[in-house]
Write a protein that binds this ligand. Structure first.
Ligand SMILES: Nc1nc2c(c(=O)[nH]1)N[C@H]1C(S)=C(S)[C@@H](COP(=O)(O)OP(=O)(O)OC[C@H]3O[C@@H](n4cnc5c(N)ncnc54)[C@H](O)[C@@H]3O)O[C@H]1N2
Ligand code: MOO
Length: 407
């Protein structure tokens, strides 16, 4: 049967298959510093209160409010200063009536004190201090547990750990957290025409770029990418290249070698070995392969750079995010008016690269639909999604956008 007669899989159904193939990653305990962007798998309970002790919110003098009643510029109250309490002083120095201790921000409030006079309202005395204003009980104090009470849940299972959450955990003295671990992704680019940056190009050669896109896109969402470049058009050599890496990766992403040509090394090596090659009703990104090779999920993306990139964006990225335990796996979507007319093939969901302008609420197509237009893609901030049943978008019509700048 000719390739053209092959039935197309819908984008949504293929997306679901890829997500099911990748599955869930296991939960592990990791040092807090390694948890940025990962998803918590258990609630976190505070082992201590925050603040852990009553302390001063200002540099100044710990006093009893009653001792400075009536103080003013003209009638200062003068108190002896028997102790100096910098932050970090760990011995207990009670405050006797009629005295004050010099105290710094974050230092423990001495027992007996009920307020702090900030230094600006005093003469900054060291042996004795003149206080120029009264203070109400509780002024400039940070009470034990005001932020967090020991034993309470501070972060719930499913939370994505960003800097604020990790800062809180550090403040609680927690060293490691239970998280879904990072996906380890083997990125394999194929093609005899591909050379690495730094080498001169011979006629017919191009610089290899897909692995750069895929690896950095994997790392952007918190995965770990290991790049391999595979050159020969030899199926046994490709299988042998994969073999030593199967045990320590969660997913293999290949690019190139999946379409209808005479040298389709990925397809030839993996078809019939657990990986199915098919066409998806998407443009770019029609030819795809997926399945398990020796038990390991393999996603074979088409070689054209924008096809590979959009295949990652539409199929692989949400699957990896879901595997990592994220519930928000989709990019933000917007609607805008098309700045110009566009055509799209019948029966395919087309993703045109575009620039969304929030001011005019317009989507401007950047470059054409071609899957080799890398510069246009790099200048875009969105994809303009043209549905399968739409072949013409008139200028000014509302279109759906997939924003590439935010999740
Ligand atoms: N007769 C047909 N030809 C093609 C069809 C088809 O249905 N019938 N489909 C076209 C579509 S659509 C796509 S997409 C590509 C997919 O081809 P492959 O996955 O086999 O990719 P290659 O042939 O290996 O490469 C395509 C293109 O991309 C360049 N490339 C590949 N890998 C990289 C890389 N790592 N970095 C940079 N550029 C890369 C390669 O040089 C080619 O120009 O097939 C169409 N053809
Ligand atoms: O579907 Mo291919 O991915 O257009 O270039």
């Amino acid at each position: 049967m000719p390739n053209t007669a092959t039935r197309l899989r819908s984008v949504d159904s293929y997306r679901a298959s890829v997500a099911a193939l990748v599955g869930d990653l296991p939960s592990v305990r990791l040092p807090v510093a390694d948890c940025r962007g990962l998803v918590l798998t258990e609630d976190v309970t505070a082992p201590i209160s925050l603040p852990p002790f009553d302390n001063s919110a200002m540099d100044g003098y710990a006093v009893r409010s009653v001792d400075v009643v009536g103080a003013s510029e003209d009638t200062p109250v003068e108190l002896p200063v028997p102790e100096d309490i910098p932050a970090g002083r760990t011995d207990v120095v009670p405050l006797l009536p009629g005295t004050s201790h010099r105290i710094m921000t974050g230092a423990p409030l001495p027992p007996g004190a009920d307020s702090v006079v900030q230094v600006e309202l005093t003469d900054s005395g060291v042996q004795r201090v003149r206080v120029f204003a009264p203070v109400a009980v509780g002024t400039h104090l940070r009470r034990t547990g005001e932020d967090v009470r020991e034993g309470t849940v501070v972060l719930t299972k499913g939370t994505v750990l960003g800097p604020p959450q990790l800062g809180l955990v550090a403040a609680l003295g927690i060293a490691a957290l239970p998280v879904r671990r990072r996906p380890h992704v083997l990125v394999l680019s194929t093609g005899t025409e591909l050379v690495e940056a730094g080498q001169p190009l011979k006629p017919g050669q191009i610089y290899e770029s897909n692995s750069m896109y895929i690896a950095t896109a994997v790392e952007e969402i918190g995965g770990v990418a290991h790049v391999l470049r595979f050159v020969p058009d030899d199926v046994n050599a490709l299988r042998a290249t994969l073999r030593p890496h199967l045990a320590d990766h969660d997913v293999v992403i290949t690019t190139g070698g999946v379409s209808a040509g005479a040298y389709e090394v990925v397809k030839d090596a993996l078809q019939g070995e657990g990986v199915e090659f098919l066409r998806v009703a998407m443009q770019p990104g029609g030819p795809q392969g997926s399945g398990r090779y020796q038990g390991l999920p393999v996603l074979s993306l088409p070689g054209n750079p924008v096809s590979a990139a959009l295949s990652f964006e539409i199929f692989v990225r949400p699957a990896l995010l879901a595997a990592m335990g994220h519930t928000e796996i989709d990019r933000k979507r917007l609607r805008a008016r098309a700045s110009m007319a566009m055509k799209s093939p019948a029966g395919r969901r087309q993703y045109r690269r575009g620039l969304y302008d929030a001011g005019s609420v317009q989507a401007v197509p950047v470059g054409g639909p071609g899957s080799h237009l890398l510069a246009a893609f790099a200048q875009s901030n969105c994809l303009i999604e043209i549905p399968e049943d739409v072949t013409e978008i008139p200028e000014g019509a509302e279109v759906d956008l997939v924003m590439l700048t935010q999740r």
